[in-house]
Design a protein around this ligand. Structure first.
Ligand code: FES
Length: 148
């Protein structure tokens, strides 16, 4: 069901961990599956992302997409990082099963949330960046929406 590349990133995740005092941290979750993803960014004075790490409590696709997303984002500027989308991470993983697309969306959202955190802390404007949907990261909704 998963591509070899997804399995590889799931079994041997790159950039697993966290960055203390990260310049930007994004934490997002999917209420339906309960998976949670965190992305940490280290950003230098030239607005270049010099390091990225992730922590994901979730399915294989969530682990793989967040891991490959950290690899894709390192070396990019905060503005170039906006080009990383759920589509580009899915392509980099040679595809995901249709039921797993929401997992790659989580990676895109986590990156944007980390960039948002950085932009708020530093007063930097990143074009096209919108605030995360749920700014209160510790707040959980318990309402169910069964037919999707
Ligand atoms: S099943 Fe929810 S993130 Fe993968």
């Amino acid at each position: 069901m998963y591509s070899e590349k997804v399995m590889d990133y799931f079994m041997n995740p790159r950039n697993l961990g966290e960055i203390e005092n990260a310049a930007g941290m994004g934490k997002v979750g999917n209420v339906k599956c309960g998976d949670i993803m965190q992305i940490f960014l280290d950003i230098d004075e030239n607005q270049v992302i010099v390091d990225a790490k992730f922590k994901t409590f979730g399915c294989g696709a969530a682990v793989a997409t967040s891991s490959i997303a950290t690899e894709m984002i390192i070396g990019k500027t905060i503005h170039e990082a906006m080009q990383i989308t759920n589509k580009s991470v899915t392509e980099a993983l040679e595809g995901l099963p249709p039921l797993k697309i929401h997992c790659s969306l989580l990676a895109e959202e986590a990156i944007r949330a980390a960039l948002w955190d950085y932009s708020q802390k530093t007063g930097t404007i990143i074009e096209g960046l919108e605030p995360p949907k749920d700014e209160d990261h510790d707040h959980h909704h318990h309402d169910h929406d069964d037919d999707d």
